[in-house]
Design a protein around this ligand. Structure first.
Ligand code: CO8
Length: 303
């Protein structure tokens, strides 16, 4: 609840964590017992399982929120805490994100969080979405997405925050920013993230048409970097991680920051306006109607 409150009260998660941390005599950060009563290498929370191997410096973060790892407020809060914890642990140098759910990496933002709720709820939810993006896109760690299922919309955004993307070569899986299909519009920082990944022209077409690409198409436009058989996604991610970790950390993350900082700065200098824009947009009757119809369509498709 305190973390939720921190997001609500505009303080960053880092701010909150630093408030709750104190420094020991050797200068290493000691994490307060308030937040991390049992600081362990491995943790299982409700929606995300984190396994950190201290000998390699690599953590694997498994999304385990049935049925489709949708990015609910709780999921996002947990994700931000997990990333922040790993970021604060200087022995952690890389993170692989993947899913335990069959056929789905992440279905993107939880539509129920954007439907029929209060403006205060939309505000809190959108701040958490921003926070997730800022944490992952700005991470100093090497981040690799092991995409072992479909990854539409916010799932695609989350994948694109990573340094490298490996996708299961299964033609039934899709990835892309399909917001226009829901009658909604991807915000500028979604657009910038995609443009930084695949270029302006591909982004323009992808966003206007709400394109969802199969793995071969995604590889062709550079939305993912590598395709492998489904049962090799995680092992390939682990091998690729070793390659990235062979580069000196400081040089790599300064370079990453040089590439990404202008995009990050655009959002950080505009967060409140971006939240207000989201709240105004999502509260419109016409947008609510579109979302309602889309959810009905998802249910009918299943039936
Ligand atoms: N949010 C909430 N519930 C979802 C979502 C979601 N994003 N996706 C699926 N579900 C639900 C379904 O309704 C279904 O519920 P129920 O069991 O009650 O019928 C259940 O999850 C299982 O779904 P499926 O049967 O469809 O599962 P499949 O394994 O067949 O398919 C897919 C998985 C491919 C992920 C499919 O569910 C799908 O395409 N989902 C929709 C994905 C989508 O379009 N997401 C967009 C979310 S919007 C977003 O991320 C960015 C918004 C930016 C907003 C900007 C505004 C300014």
């Amino acid at each position: 609840m305190a973390l939720r409150a921190a997001l609500r009260n505009k303080s960053t998660l880092s701010g909150l964590l630093s408030q709750w941390s104190s420094c020991s005599s050797n200068g290493r950060v000691c994490v307060s017992p308030v937040l991390f009563a049992q600081r362990r290498n491995n943790s299982t929370s409700q929606k995300i399982k984190v396994d950190f191997d201290q000998s390699t410096g690599v953590a694997v973060m498994r999304f385990q929120s049935p049925p489709v790892n949708s990015l609910s407020l709780d999921f996002l809060t947990e994700l931000c805490i997990s990333v922040e914890k790993l970021e604060m642990d200087k022995s952690c140098r890389g993170v692989i994100i993947t899913s335990t759910q069959p056929k789905v990496f992440s279905a993107g933002l939880d539509i129920l969080e954007m439907y029929g709720k209060s403006p205060e709820h939309y505000r809190e939810f959108w701040r958490a979405v921003q926070e997730m993006w800022l944490k992952l896109y700005g991470s100093n760690m090497v981040t690799i997405a092991a995409i072992n299922g479909s990854s539409p919309a916010g799932g695609c955004l989350m994948s694109m925050t990573c340094d490298y993307r490996i996708m299961a070569d299964n033609p039934r899986y899709t990835i892309g920013l399909n917001e226009t299909l829901l009658g909604i519009v991807a915000p500028p920082w979604f657009k910038d993230t995609m443009s930084n990944t695949v270029g302006h022209r591909q982004t323009e077409m992808a966003l206007e048409l709400g394109l969802l690409y199969n793995p071969s198409e995604a590889l062709k436009i550079g939305l993912v970097d590598q395709l492998v058989p489904e049962d090799q996604v995680l092992t390939t991610a682990t091998q690729m991680m070793s390659k990235w970790l062979a580069i000196p950390d400081h040089a790599r993350h300064l370079t990453k920051s040089m590439m990404r900082k202008p995009t990050i700065d655009k959002l950080t200098s505009n967060r409140e306006a971006d939240i207000q824009h989201f709240v105004n947009f999502i509260s419109k009757d016409s947008i609510q109607k579109s979302l309602g119809m889309y959810m009905e369509m998802l249910k009918k498709r299943r039936g």
